[in-house]
Write a protein that binds this ligand. Structure first.
Ligand code: DGT
Ligand code: CA
Ligand code: ZN
Length: 644
């Protein structure tokens, strides 16, 4: 059996139909398509599984219902053969011969498909021509130059695979923040419904809002006489692929996608994410460690497992200096503790009803989880100067979003309506400029279309005004920063926009160049008078590719200078969970240099606008206050500032 995270046929946990859920079948069919491609099967067979899996994910009705009413064969994309297989799976729990396929393909080959930029077709060729059957063998073939010499591959592919392997190894077993949070929130919500549970919180890196999550940590409070039944109920929740371990107070689980499905109450998976970006972590599993503790221990256990480890070490030192011992069980005076250890010592603990009281007893202001990275938060808390961080309700709009005029999926009106629904005062549209090519085709907006969009925006704004609606659209552009540091469009066209977001997109060119050359080019673009906001500054895509080399310190310093001279030059936190770029580690430096930050969802659809929440998380993690974030300003102020 293939043992790659989340690969293989699931086992049914039910004794009557439906034996498997729609999502389980979707996942298996996606995997089967990949296995068939790796085996070199007929492309029609591969497509049949791909199409069926897509049809299932777009189907709105419940699968069991559709099967019972014999409507499955009427669904477009599901052929006759697969429709009867699906019925077998759901009604009898029988996957037919699909299990064999998992045994026929070498595990290493499946793992290779997890490398960003390497699909099943090419993995098969590498296997056949170079006898490569694992990631390690592929790496050594690349290092020997064998891949570069292979027909149809070349040294570019070889370099790409080497970088992809590096990235894969580093990210192995980690999930993007949005994926981790969805699973985590779903599990939290399911646990909160269990009888006997007093309280449940997400801890660990998810609570600290790291850009990627290794495993989930949850802390559950329950009265001791309920522990056994609570643990039993948790083990019987849907969405558990495997139980790695379970004791009196600790459970270690592997969660699969079905923790999310059912009614949407427990969190839905957004399958409509940008399909141009390979996204494997959605199909993968995620581990969860759950601790069940009595209510009086809960705040200590929560604080401990929230981490970070570095923050905990500082907290413990703080305690020691006061003659106290801090651990996951309590805050215990050294002179009382004697020989007792662990949970036993907890009976001597000082009473803390919540986390804030733990911090208070250590002479500290409470520190919000996002800041707990030992980046100066302890010093700030000692000094009563923990910053008052920006929050989502302070956001009044966003400036970087796309519509169908470039590569977005929704119209201007639809995007505006969604923004109004979010309570925003404005929406900035910033379509791509003509230089941006995807698959040899420009997806940018030419100067004529720019004027058309300007008129459309003018009319819509007029309409909002006539309706007494305090909402407006700002007409910007996401203008390519060309490799030579010039901006796309001519000066006259650029002058028409409310704001110009300069972004690097020709990433391969920039990646192959020297850091200083890139830094100079970006600074050159920023110095252009029309330039207002630096979009996704490094071009990274989390778990897919690193950004291009650039010295952000120089960029931030130069932007600070220009701001002091009176021209607005802001940096975006691109809030798409694929990017989260500017990195949170650099936010405070931008702030300290007087460079405003704009949190932008870079939405390509109405749903995309709500990605703003991840950007706010990252801004908070980067110590930013409302005053550091441009789009906490009301529309009139933004209008005035952009007009300068
Ligand atoms: P992850 O899962 O890799 O994304 O990162 P975390 O931060 O969730 O780390 P994890 O899951 O290993 O442990 C959760 C928290 O438990 C961690 O942030 C701090 C605490 N913790 C774990 N091991 C230790 C340790 O050896 N010492 C201390 N002081 N704290 C620890
Ligand atoms: Ca964790
Ligand atoms: Zn962009």
């Amino acid at each position: 059996m293939v043992k790659v995270g989340g690969w293989g046929l699931p086992a049914s946990k039910r004794s009557e139909p439906p034996f498997f859920t729609k999502n389980q079948i979707i996942t298996v069919f996606e995997q089967i398509a990949i296995l068939l491609e790796l085996k070199g099967a007929n492309m029609f067979r591969v497509r049949a599984y791909q199409n069926a899996s897509r049809a299932l994910s777009q189907m709105e009705k419940g699968l069991f219902q559709v099967i019972k009413s014999k409507e499955l064969t009427e669904i477009k994309g599901i052929g006759k053969g697969l429709s009867s297989l699906i019925s077998e799976i759901v009604l009898n729990g029988d996957w037919g011969k699909l299990g064999d396929l998992y045994d026929e393909v070498p595990v290493g080959l499946v793992e290779m498909v997890g490398i960003p930029g390497l699909g099943p077709k090419r993995a098969r060729i590498l296997h056949e021509k170079l006898d490569v059957s694992s990631i390690d063998e592929l790496r050594s073939a690349c290092q020997k130059g064998l891949v570069a010499n292979l027909q149809g591959f070349g040294s570019k592919s070889q370099d790409k695979y080497l970088e992809g392997i590096e990235l894969y190894r580093r990210n192995q077993g980690r999930s993007r923040l949005d994926v981790g949070l969805r699973y985590g929130m779903a599990l939290k919500s399911r646990i909160s419904e269990i009888k006997g549970v007093e309280e449940v919180e997400l801890a660990g890196s998810a609570r600290r809002r790291k850009e990627t999550i290794g495993d989930l940590d949850l802390v559950v409070s329950a009265l001791p006489h309920n522990h056994a039944s609570v643990i039993d109920s948790i083990l019987n929740l849907p969405g558990i692929a495997d139980v790695k371990g379970s004791g009196d107070s600790k459970i270690s689980l592997i969660l699969e996608q079905s923790v999310l499905d059912s009614d949407g109450v427990h969190g839905k998976l957004d399958k409509a994410l940008d399909e141009s970006i390979v996204n494997r972590s959605e199909d993968a599993t995620i581990d969860a460690q759950i601790r069940v503790v009595p209510p009086e221990t809960f705040p200590f256990t929560l604080a401990y497992f929230t981490g970070s480890k570095e923050h905990n070490i500082r907290m413990r030192q703080q305690a020691i200096a006061l003659g106290l011992r801090l651990n996951e069980f309590g805050l215990i005076p050294e002179n009382l503790i004697g020989e007792s250890i662990g949970a036993d010592a907890a009976k001597y603990t000082l009473v803390c009803e919540n986390e804030a009281q733990i911090y208070q007893k250590l002479g500290l202001q409470w520190i919000t989880p996002e800041l707990r990275e030992d980046n100066g938060e302890i010093e700030a808390a000692l000094d009563n100067s923990v910053p008052n961080l920006v929050s989502q309700k302070m956001i009044k709009g966003a400036l970087h979003n796309h519509t169908t005029a470039s590569d977005g999926r929704n119209s201007l009106e639809e995007m505006a309506a969604e923004a109004i629904g979010l309570g925003w005062e404005y929406l900035g549209i910033a379509e791509h400029s003509p230089a941006l090519n995807i698959g040899g085709r420009s997806i940018g907006v030419d100067p004529v279309a720019v004027d058309q969009q300007a008129n459309l925006i003018h009319d819509l704004n007029q309409k909002f005004q006539n309706q007494g609606n305090n909402f407006r659209i700002f007409h910007g552009a996401e203008c390519d920063i060309l490799p030579d540091g010039k901006l796309d469009y001519d000066r006259e066209t650029r002058a028409k926009f409310h704001h110009v977001i300069g972004s690097v997109h020709a990433i391969n060119t920039w990646k192959s160049r020297d850091e200083q050359v890139n830094t100079d080019a970006v600074i050159n673009a920023i110095e252009d008078p029309s330039f207002t906001i630096l979009g996704h500054p490094t071009g990274r895509v989390l778990q897919v590719r690193e950004g291009f080399p650039i010295d952000m310190t120089q960029v931030i310093e130069r932007m600070g200078e220009i701001n002091r001279e009176g021209s607005l030059k802001a940096i975006e936190i691109n809030a798409s969970p694929y990017r989260l770029d500017l990195d949170w580690r650099l936010c405070r430096s931008a702030r300290d240099h007087g460079v405003p930050i704009v949190i932008n969802p870079d939405a390509h659809s109405t749903e995309g606008l709500s990605d703003i929440s991840y950007g706010v998380d990252i801004a908070r993690k980067g110590w930013l206050r409302a005053g550091d974030v441009l789009n906490t300003l009301p529309a009139n102020d933004i209008d005035r500032i952009l007009a300068q």
